[in-house]
Design a protein around this ligand. Structure first.
Ligand code: ADP
Ligand code: MG
Length: 367
């Protein structure tokens, strides 16, 4: 079903990311050590990774770091538990892989459940776990993928150096491939310290798959096929309006489709999609602001100004100064950079904009 809101794993008949899928396929087939899947929220990164890996029949451990989004800090125990959970939801080659892990210190296995010890007496070594997975990969002649979904959240992780692990795996573990996805692209680059010679992965080749929003035609086609599949006749006018108001964000189009199956496809359902969607978008925005209480008022004003219409630095600055008083150029630059890095705003030439129409709606209406 095209309008299924869960990230896709197997369904393939509808897939609209052929190019990116082909690219990711090739990268995992040749077990490239470091792959990034980038794109704004709800552009289909998680789905792409799942579809590609399932099709390539590659065992993968997908660690969902989104769960850490609201956190100020992540402990090593949190991360170990997340790793363990993902390992336990491994679907391909589970038995074989678990068997390999039996010998690793700090790993206990009950039935087919893997448990990592992480207490004052005994701690599993992640490097050893990876070495063992690599050994399995060597013996079985395949690649094992570790996918860190929304990896930038791991910049808050203390006690485990993910970058060093990536660097070590890059240099030594030929059958392990890391895929990092990120909605907050600037933040992800910062976390990886891509330009810092002291970064453990500095100078290593990384492959990137970038997911853009659908074009207008592609969005229309996506909706048409979805409704066709559901056996629903929908007027062109409604489809056009939906695409105009929701943009080419596949997640929002899917959401509109799902709501339409329940309530009928109409302007009201488009409105409902904006309303419901903006709650989600707003929550993400609040998570961001909650971690930055001192600058909150300034961030809000910047977002409000940009949500009104695309605008320049000057426009933003005068808007803030009108409402709050003087703001220095360096301070404004810093705040804009943060917003750019997490992908809430975008900049083309000298013009700032909020490209996600639902986020724009949310800011205009509720911020
Ligand atoms: P991201 O990980 O980038 O935030 P998701 O992969 O979670 O985005 O996708 C958001 C929604 O869009 C999901 O409900 C998913 O089912 C749907 N979706 C994503 N990519 C596609 C695609 N290529 N075809 C159909 N639906 C998709
Ligand atoms: Mg995702």
């Amino acid at each position: 079903m095209l309008f299924d809101e869960r990230p896709k794993e197997r369904l393939r008949d509808f897939y609209d990311r052929e190019e990116e899928l082909k690219l990711l396929h090739e990268l995992v087939e040749s077990c490239k050590p470091l792959i990034l899947v980038l794109g704004l929220r709800r552009t289909g990164k998680t789905s792409l990774v799942k579809v590609a890996l399932n099709e390539a029949n590659i065992p993968y451990i997908l660690i969902d770091c989104r769960v850490f989004e609201e956190r100020i800090a992540i402990t090593s125990r949190d991360f170990i538990r997340a790793f363990e959970r993902s390992l336990n939801s491994l679907t391909k080659k589970r038995n074989k892989i678990v068997n390999y892990l039996r010998v690793v210190k700090g790993v206990s296995i009950a039935g087919l459940r893997v448990e990592f010890r992480w207490n004052s007496k005994e701690r599993v070594s992640l490097i050893e776990v990876l070495e063992t997975l690599n050994q399995y990969g060597e013996d079985d002649g395949r690649c094992v993928v570790i996918a860190l979904d929304e990896a930038q959240e791991l910049s808050k992780l203390r006690g485990i150096n993910v970058l060093s692990i990536l660097g070590y795996a890059y240099d030594n573990l030929k059958r392990i491939s890391f895929i990092l996805t990120g909605s907050k692209v600037g933040l992800l680059y910062r976390f990886m310290r891509v330009d810092d010679p002291t970064s453990p992965i500095y100078g290593r080749v990384r492959y990137e798959v970038f997911l853009k929003n659908f074009s207008k035609e592609k969005s229309l086609d996506f909706l048409k096929r979805g409704f066709e599949q559901a056996g629903m006749k929908v007027e062109n006018e409604v489809l056009e309006e939906a695409v105009d108001r929701l943009g080419g964000v596949v997640g929002w189009l899917t959401y509109f489709g799902a709501l339409s199956l329940r309530y009928g496809a109409s302007s009201e359902t488009i409105e409902r999609t904006l309303e419901e969607g903006s709650k989600l978008a707003l929550q993400e925005l609040k998570n961001f602001l909650r971690l930055r209480p001192i600058a909150e008022a300034r961030y809000k004003l910047i977002l409000k100004r940009i949500a009104q219409e695309e605008c320049s630095w000057r426009d933003i600055k005068s808007y803030i100064e009108m409402k709050l008083g003087i703001i220095s150029d360096s301070n404004l630059a810093l705040l804009l950079k943060q917003l750019l890095d997490v992908g809430f705003i975008e900049k083309r030439g000298r013009i700032y904009s909020i490209t996600d129409p639902i986020l724009r709606y949310a800011v205009n209406r509720y911020l």
